[in-house]
Write a protein that binds this ligand. Structure first.
Ligand code: LM2
Ligand code: CA
Length: 424
């Protein structure tokens, strides 16, 4: 989240302080508005669009007061946030929340989930025109700075109709078109709120995919079922999918038995498969190393984040994991873009191996043992192809009938992929 937030010192500067807003000024522990704008502009100039993580369900938690990351005063117990400004009347009052202590404690009741306080965080009343306007002004300011879209944090804890009203107040991008919106809704078939309530508003996080891909990597035989509509998973046109996120990689936010960068080989296979397959809109995670679940990013003496340094081999230094630079992850983005809009064909899934083609545009294979040596039908035009994951160190020849000799060996990654129109 790029906006001003509380500064927590107990524990010392946890990552989650950024999820307790103080104002909508773009001044976070990540830097000032000028620094944020500079980053967004430099990204945009090289074709990388930025969306922001927007925390608008709530402001800071009860018991917190003082100065925010941008120096603005606030007092949560008095519901006083002069930097916006928000006052007591802009928050959900106790009569709208059916829980005995004001905190969310019953996921079976939408009024409880949406009108009560999430872990003590002061809950805004987005049904009010004033509150909607302040949030939309924040979004519009982000768009002025060059941002292209928004993650809506805690969307599950807001009424879809209120979110729609806020989105409708948000302007088009300067280059035309609507901003990108996706909604964070943790639906694991365990409560009253369903992802389907949010699909009319944009993409919706599909947390069940995290479980499904973890099962699929542990047992390749399960990979055919990573998208399981019978289990309530939303359709490909609305599902926002990822192998892990900033919460569940550290046991927060619906945690579980997931695959993360802590198991690099499994993680590479999980993300490579996700990018190769034809389900949903994909997000690639990029992390820092951590020991404890509260620990913030690698920091300098003043707790500002350390720079991401790049080592000679292309990996990152200073405590940053940079999963997005790992070949079976970063190089598979070209694959996903090249095969967009095609289906899955020539599916083969035996002996802890999986392979398939995407239309007549790409072919993907993965072997859990790290070893595979067989001739497969690729469905691709004849020719010599450069293998993407090895940076073209491997070449693959497709013959006139569309077959190719596919070799995966333990000296390299357990994944191969190639595309029509790829590098040569
Ligand atoms: C989210 N999605 O709905 C974020 O993805 C998640 O990271 C946020 O929780 C959460 N919603 C609220 O925006 C994180 C973190 C919590 C942390 C909150 C607020 O997972 O542990 O709660 O941010 O900073 C912390 C303390 C908690 C305390 C609360 C309020 O861990 O014990 O509750 O602050 O002071 C009394
Ligand atoms: Ca709420």
């Amino acid at each position: 989240p790029p906006n001003e937030h509380v500064v927590v010192t107990q524990p010392m500067r946890p990552w989650w302080e950024r999820y307790q807003p103080v104002s909508y000024k773009l001044h976070s522990r990540g830097g000032t508005e000028a620094e944020f704008k500079d980053m967004v502009t430099r990204c945009k100039n090289v074709g990388v669009r930025v969306y922001v993580d927007s925390v608008v369900n709530h402001m800071a938690g009860l018991g917190r007061q003082g100065s925010g990351s941008g120096g603005t005063s606030f007092n949560s117990d008095n519901f006083d946030f002069p930097g916006v400004p928000f006052r007591r009347e802009h928050f959900n009052s106790r009569d709208k929340c059916p829980s005995h202590d004001g905190n969310i404690n019953n996921y079976g009741d939408p009024n409880n989930v949406r009108n009560c306080f999430l872990v003590g965080l002061t809950d805004l009343d987005q049904s009010q025109e004033y509150v909607r306007t302040k949030i939309a002004e924040f979004y519009n300011h982000c768009i002025d700075v060059g941002v292209a879209g928004f993650r809506i944090d805690a969307a599950k804890h807001m009424w879809p109709g209120d979110i729609k009203a806020i989105q409708d107040k948000t302007k088009d991008l300067p280059e035309g078109g609507r901003p990108f919106f996706y909604h964070e809704v943790i639906d694991q078939n365990d409560g009253a709120i369903k992802v389907g309530e949010y699909t009319p508003l944009g993409y919706v996080t599909e947390f069940r995919y995290c479980q499904k891909i973890a099962e699929g990597i542990r047992n390749f035989g399960m990979l055919h079922g990573v998208y399981d509509p019978g289990w309530g998973m939303t359709d490909s046109a609305h599902a926002f999918v990822f192998v892990d996120n900033h919460d569940n990689q550290r046991g927060h936010g619906g945690g579980g038995n997931l695959i993360t960068h802590k198991h690099p080989r499994d993680y590479k296979m999980a993300v490579a498969f996700t990018l190769a397959y034809n389900y949903g809109f994909t997000r690639v995670m990029s992390s820092y190393y951590f020991q404890s679940s509260d620990q913030g990013p690698p920091h300098n003496g003043d707790y500002s984040a350390k720079d991401v340094t790049i080592n000679a081999d292309g990996s990152c230094g200073n405590g940053w994991v940079c999963e997005h630079r790992w070949n079976p992850i970063g190089n598979m983005v070209a694959f996903r873009n090249a095969v967009a809009g095609t289906g899955v064909d020539n599916w083969r899934n035996e002996n802890e191996e999986v392979s398939f083609s995407r239309g007549q545009k790409g072919f993907f294979a993965m072997a859990k043992s790290g070893h595979m040596d067989r001739t497969l039908h690729t469905g691709l035009p004849a020719g010599e192809y450069c293998e993407l994951v090895s940076d073209c160190k491997k070449k693959i020849t497709v013959d006139g009938s569309g077959n190719a000799h596919i070799v995966i060996d333990n000296s390299a990654e357990p994944v191969i992929a190639f595309i029509v129109g790829g590098p040569t």
